[in-house]
Design a protein around this ligand. Structure first.
Ligand code: PLP
Length: 314
């Protein structure tokens, strides 16, 4: 079943709460250290209620460490939450292996697929998951709508109590226009998946290869790992990422120094920190997130803007 929510954040929270409520004796939540704050902050918030959040380390590649994940799952584990693809690096986790591990151990598996949807084929008949999170605006649908796909046998309990909307799964009048827009965006994303991916991957590759060739001291975080076609996370040695973001903004280029949802945070990216173990590297990385609407001219403009901004800052 699909439960429409007000955001992917709400869907992530609802999945985790559903699992915790279904097995109150189990006190452990396992998640990747590179998860979105909608999972990590949610898990942390449960600690005051006696839960334990175990964050599984990332490999240098950005992939979740499967051995560490296996070691983290114990009899006390209520849910494992591992994202399909990372929002800052685009690195794609081995979700089929995570799913198999969770099945073997009899643990519920939640997957935040917000970034994967619309960019990768998602077939829930071939990868089993108990909960899958989606977001409208990440697939060019409206803002303010998310979705939680719940497997037939997975426990579910509402986050919002009220009327009988959504068959009692979420109280409150449904946001029908947003749900329709979300559905329509999902249809278009599925029909256009290959074309969009091909186009955006060629722009992203052009951006990366030019920045690496034309700006010294640059590294692509997650390079060599399976990645989404639209995301590039580049580290600029000796350059403060927040200042670079501000300079690029003045040149009409919108990028972020971590998750866009945490753009007012002073801490460096927790994702790059988890991958590199270095605060320095985490504070020198910026995320370029492209869409199929971008053009080759915009890539030219971006490369020139990056070159000028980095030269100013070094
Ligand atoms: N999960 C991931 C991986 C995301 O990238 C985002 C948004 O950036 C979210 C969750 C939260 O989405 P929403 O803004 O719909 O709550």
């Amino acid at each position: 079943m699909v439960v429409f929510t007000g955001s992917a954040t709400e869907a992530n929270n609802t999945a985790i709460l559903s699992a915790l409520r279904a097995a109150p004796q189990k006190r452990r939540i396992v998640a990747a250290s590179t998860e979105h704050s909608a999972v990590i902050t949610m898990g942390r918030a449960q600690e005051s209620a006696g839960y334990e959040l175990v964050l599984v380390p990332s490999l240098d590649s950005g992939l979740v460490d499967l051995q560490a994940l296996a070691a983290a799952i114990n009899a006390d584990t209520a849910i494992v939450s591992i994202m399909w693809a990372n929002n800052e690096t685009g690195v794609i986790n081995p979700v089929a292996q995570v799913s198999a591990l969770c099945r073997e151990r009899g643990v519920l598996f939640h997957c935040d697929a917000v970034q994967a949807a619309g960019k990768l084929p998602i077939d829930l008949r071939s990868v089993q998951m108990d909960y899958l999170t989606l977001s409208g605006h990440k697939i060019h649908g409206p803002k303010g709508i998310g979705g939680l796909v719940v497997a037939p046998n997975a426990p579910f309990s509402p986050m919002l109590y009220g009327g009988h909307q959504e068959n009692g799964r979420r109280g409150g009048t449904e946001n029908v226009p947003a749900a329709v827009g979300f559905g329509s965006a999902a249809n278009a994303a599925m029909a256009e998946l290959n074309n969009r991916s091909r186009h955006v991957a060629s722009l992203r590759d052009e951006l990366e290869s030019r920045v690496l060739a034309e700006v010294s001291g640059t590294v692509v975080n997650g390079f060599g790992s399976p990645r989404l076609p639209n995301t590039s996370n580049i580290g600029f040695t000796g350059v403060d990422s927040d200042t670079l973001v501000a300079l690029l903004d003045l040149r009409g280029v919108c990028v972020s120094s971590g998750s866009a949802c945490l753009s007012d945070a002073v801490a460096p990216s927790h994702v790059i920190l988890a991958m590199t173990g270095s605060y320095q590297k985490a504070s020198e990385a910026i995320r370029f997130s492209l869409s199929h609407h971008n053009t080759a001219d915009e890539i030219d403009h971006t490369v020139e803007a990056v070159k000028q901004a980095v030269a100013t800052l070094r």
